[in-house]
Design a protein around this ligand. Structure first.
Ligand SMILES: [Zn+2]
Length: 228
């Protein structure tokens, strides 16, 4: 599958230089910063319409519909006001902005915070690069949310449907974030997978594959034992 977008860099900090850009940012709040590139010309092949992508996303993340967005992006996508774009730049700007909202939604779901703000800044040069900033109290959750959001968007931009694995991953990451003792108790992957399987009624191979995916998305480190 062609990649339409690429994360160039993920970092974590306060980023005071951008705190004036969104009056809702909490003072001295930690944020995850994502530098995102759209790959040209691959993105031209990403012809899935954004309103249909948004519809699929709300099956996984229904609270997206309740976000307050200064630019009304989500309302526009919901009511199909932005179906055709005259310029590629408009479309990639909306995709970057949508990714910001996905990261906001994911991190709020996982950490349970009820207020979270973000901002998307486009570069003049190169025009296909964006900086996304999203408030997040946990670095690991911020990194996970960014990588998960990119993976999800690549799939949906490629006109594919949501796979059930996304639902499983989200359920698992919320559970592991809440019950950190499971990770602390475990010394290797297989016993953790067994516990997860009995908790959720999943096959052990499925639990193992989700845990490996969580490691790909930066939430777990499998190089050393899971105990921290
Ligand atoms: Zn917005």
């Amino acid at each position: 599958m062609n990649d339409f977008l690429e994360i160039k860099e993920i970092s974590y900090g306060e980023f005071p230089e951008i705190s004036d850009l969104n009056p809702r940012f909490k003072p001295r709040g930690k944020k995850v910063k994502v530098v995102l590139d759209f790959l040209v010309p691959e993105i031209k092949k990403a012809n899935a319409a954004l309103p249909s992508i948004f519809m699929k996303l709300t099956k996984l993340l229904p609270s997206l519909e309740r976000h307050q967005c200064g630019e009304h992006l989500l309302e526009d996508l919901k009511y199909h006001k932005k179906y055709r774009y005259t310029h590629q730049l408009e479309k990639i700007t909306d995709i970057a902005h949508l990714m910001e909202h996905i990261i906001i939604d994911l991190q709020s779901k996982i950490t349970g915070v009820d207020s979270c703000s973000g901002i998307t800044c486009g570069y003049k040069n190169p025009y296909y690069r964006f900086d996304l900033f999203v408030e997040c109290k946990d670095k690991k959750v911020g990194v996970f949310s960014a990588l998960f959001a990119a993976d999800l968007l690549k799939r949906l931009l490629g006109n594919k449907n949501l796979s059930t694995r996304y639902f499983g991953l989200l359920e698992l990451v919320k559970y592991l974030y809440k019950d950190k003792s499971l990770l602390k108790r475990a010394t290797e992957l297989k016993p953790v997978a067994s516990q997860i399987s009995s908790k959720f009624g999943w096959k052990k191979s499925y639990s193992l594959s989700l845990l490996r995916k969580l490691a790909d998305f930066g939430f777990l480190s499998l190089e050393r034992p899971l105990a921290t």
